[in-house]
Design a protein around this ligand. Structure first.
Ligand code: SF4
Ligand code: SF4
Length: 143
């Protein structure tokens, strides 16, 4: 790690070398990603623009910050970004780097895996219920 005033000057290159992180240096910090992000709307402490800024400045603590796991990978930010940063992919690359560099506690990793699985199951159950209600409402034979 090459440090300058406590900043890790290698961080953005390490992120850019990860699959998905390649375009991080395209970011000009406009904030369009945050404006459209559904998680930012719900949680004021989550801000993808700020995540990009921390990477570009070399604030290496961002990789160990559990906030990077709040992203739900919906890719709205990617669709809106005027610089084609592919923000969601950059965040995924940051997560992979955090895992590779063992910056994530086993406890957090287990909790994230369990949460993802729970959300998938809840979504499947909810969709199945909606599909059933919709078919019943249209008189569709479900047998
Ligand atoms: S990732 Fe894109 S939308 Fe977000 S701040 Fe950077 S340039 Fe703007
Ligand atoms: S992919 Fe993540 S950062 Fe981008 S809009 Fe969705 S939740 Fe926000």
């Amino acid at each position: 790690m090459r440090e300058l005033n406590g900043l890790d000057m290698t961080l953005k290159d390490r992120v850019a070398r990860m699959p998905g992180g390649e375009r991080v240096t395209n970011c000009f910090l406009c904030g369009t990603c945050t404006a459209g992000c559904p998680i930012s709307r719900l949680h004021g402490d989550y801000n993808p623009r700020q995540l990009m800024r921390r990477v570009l400045l070399g604030k290496a603590d961002v990789l160990a910050d559990p906030v990077i796991w709040q992203c739900m990978q919906c890719h709205v930010c990617t669709a809106h970004c005027p610089q084609d940063v592919r923000t969601a992919d950059v965040i995924r690359a940051m997560r992979q780097l955090a895992v590779d560099e063992e910056l994530m506690t086993q406890e957090l990793m287990d909790a994230v895996v369990a949460l993802d699985e729970q959300q998938r199951l809840e979504r499947i159950e909810r969709i199945q219920s909606l599909v059933g209600e919709s078919r019943a409402g249209k008189g569709v034979d479900q047998s």
